[in-house]
Design a binder for this molecule. Structure first.
Ligand code: SF4
Length: 76
């Protein structure tokens, strides 16, 4: 899965939301988040993010961000 990380805080761009083929972005408290079970790992959102906030969970220390994305995408 891909996850939204701290650079998204207060970001006003939604380029990522527009390109996602499965609509798995949700509104968090002060970031967007990606639902980790709905993301199909296509990667098209990553280069669209002007804040470089979207990372693959295969990078080191991403567990907390996966949980953060899950928490806020299931909150509403
Ligand atoms: Fe959506 Fe693909 Fe980004 Fe996952 S990697 S959030 S499916 S655009």
């Amino acid at each position: 899965t891909y996850v939204v990380t701290e650079n998204c805080i207060a970001c006003k761009y939604t380029d990522c939301v527009e390109v996602c083929p499965v609509d798995c972005f949700y509104e968090g408290e002060n970031t967007l988040v990606i639902h980790p079970d709905e993301c199909i790992d296509c990667g098209v959102c990553e280069p669209e993010c002007p804040a470089d906030a979207i990372r693959p969970d295969t990078e080191p220390d991403m567990e907390k961000w996966v949980e953060f994305n899950r928490k806020y995408s299931e909150m509403w």
